[in-house]
Design a protein around this ligand. Structure first.
Ligand code: ATP
Length: 488
């Protein structure tokens, strides 16, 4: 990518981050103490947007599929869980420091960036070879050779410009803490690095109590924690984040069919939320995690390039088998259709709520120039918008506030709406644009005569006159999740 385009894109990200803070979407955590790296808080509009995204995902899974049910498992789990899942031994990233800048990096990310540069320059084969070489060395845990590879490829620190690298060390991403108040009795437990294991260890509980038949799915939304080595891209990579995962249990041998079905469904879901075709792509993994026999990422074109938003993984029977082995409890399902006991195979769809939030925000952020006038607005799908409508009396007198408040009181039970009477109507429209409210409902003198109001549409700025009695139906139609579900 040309330097000027890169600069423009990094400015765009800066603008989005500034907008998110200024208008109550995302704040740095504990900001009065200068923040905590890679941890963020969601403000009043941010939490509404995030809740809408989570609700939409939840209902897409559990309501649209009568064979998917929900679960809310604890963050803390028995420590053996993480031994069985492989996280204690292999949830590591290769860490390297530049001795001159003292900055820390993930060696694999630096190499991947180099490969992306080759690809952009048209050297596709060279990029592939580099990634393959890295994959081999990572598998063999040959970190001395990995460091040589970095040096031979001329990979330098973006800050110091030197290749004065330390040794590469493995770094486990799990946060640990002690449980138990008396030190002799205490034992090390972990903050879960993924929500999936809570689903696996409850597989039989759910199957039996909800009387599920394979194929069936379990969906869960919850916090996950990773001590990320490098966390510099706003809420893209956080140390505390939220995952929305669904594990789909299938008969062995049918997993590839389900894998491709779920990949298609999830891509469609993103498009139904308004992500344009050209900004979303699938990226098949060449190098598979220890538990997978197929995997792909759904990537979005963020201002810093195409990056993963969601992972679709065919996890085989790896996890259930490992839990069976470590717990000594059978993790089998009796399939009456084939009259057989087996450990089901699993297809996983795993998306970060925060990355989805960032994608939604980037996709919505619009700077518009018409003639002399410029306008910034957030073009959220109405089903996702934090505030659905603002009820605005044209002036503060002549009974208009009373009329507007009556509309507000009537509609507040069904929609998240706000009432505002301060400042000129133009300023109030602009403020709603900045938080992405799709509809502004103005109450004027004509309203007192004929019970009609104007609706001003955020994206087109067009206004139309409608009867108050139609407002509820209009908002329901535009903001209902159904508008998204019907496209999946
Ligand atoms: P990456 O390659 O970006 O580190 P990953 O492949 O480790 O991601 P998964 O383990 O597949 O990610 O996790 C599933 C999803 O959880 C990701 O697609 C992403 O949306 C989200 N996620 C993972 N790590 C983070 C993080 N540190 N901050 C925010 N979201 C995350």
């Amino acid at each position: 990518m040309a330097k000027s385009a890169q600069l423009q894109e990094s400015n765009l990200l800066k603008d989005i981050i500034a907008h998110a803070k200024e208008y109550g979407f995302v704040y740095p955590s504990s900001e009065i103490y200068d923040g905590l790296q890679a941890v963020y808080d969601y403000g009043p509009y941010g939490v509404e947007l995030k809740n809408n995204l989570k609700r939409l995902w939840w209902e897409s899974m559990t309501r649209l599929n009568d064979n998917i049910v929900g679960l809310d498992s604890a963050i803390f789990m028995h420590p053996t869980t993480w031994k069985a899942s492989g996280h204690v031994d292999s949830f590591n990233d290769p860490m390297v420091d530049n001795k001159d800048s003292k900055k820390r990096y993930r060696a694999d990310v630096l190499i991947e960036e180099k490969a992306a540069q080759y690809e952009q320059a048209g050297e596709v084969e060279r990029a592939k070879e580099l990634l393959a070489a890295m994959g081999k060395l990572l598998d063999a845990e040959d970190f001395a050779a990995l460091r040589d590879l970095m040096i031979n490829e001329g990979i330098t620190c973006p800050l110091s410009g030197t290749a004065n690298w330390t040794e590469i060390r493995q770094f486990n991403l799990m946060f640990s803490t002690q449980v138990g108040s008396v030190s002799e009795d205490s034992s090390t437990i972990y903050l879960r690095p993924e929500t999936a294991q809570g689903i696996f260890v409850n597989f039989l509980n759910v199957q039996k109590t909800a009387r599920m038949k394979v194929p069936f799915g379990i969906a869960q939304i919850g916090k996950a924690f990773r001590n990320e080595i490098v966390a510099r891209q706003f809420i893209f990579r956080m140390r505390e984040f939220e995952q929305m995962e669904m594990q789909y249990f299938v008969r062995p041998g049918t997993e590839m069919e389900w894998y491709s079905r779920w990949a298609d469904t999830r891509v469609k879901w993103h498009k139904a939320l308004g992500i344009p075709e050209e900004k979303i792509r699938r990226h098949d993994h060449d190098k598979l995690a220890h538990y997978a026999n197929a995997a792909l990422d759904i990537e979005y074109q963020f201002p810093f390039g195409f990056k993963e938003v969601e992972g679709i993984h065919s996890r085989t029977d790896f996890d259930l088998k490992a839990h069976q082995e470590y717990s000594k409890k059978k993790q089998q399902y009796f399939d009456p259709e084939v009259n057989q006991n087996y450990i089901p195979y699993v297809i996983e769809t795993s998306i970060g709520a925060d990355r989805l939030f960032l994608m939604t925000l980037c996709n919505a952020y619009t700077e518009e120039q018409t003639g002399e006038k410029s306008r910034v607005y957030l073009k959220f799908h109405p089903a996702l918008a934090p505030v659905k409508a603002a009820i605005l009396p044209l002036t503060k007198k002549d009974g208009l506030p009373e009329k507007a408040k009556a509309i507000f009181e009537d509609m507040k039970y069904d929609f998240n709406i706000i009432y505002e009477e301060a400042a000129s109507i133009g300023k109030r429209y602009a403020r709603q644009d900045l938080i992405g409210t799709p509809f502004c409902i103005a109450v004027d003198h004509q309203t007192l005569e004929d019970d009609t109001v104007t609706i001003r549409h955020r994206d087109s700025t067009e206004q139309e006159r409608v009867a108050i009695s139609d407002l509820h139906g209009r908002l329901s139609a535009a903001c209902s999740y159904r508008t998204v579900f019907e496209k999946i």
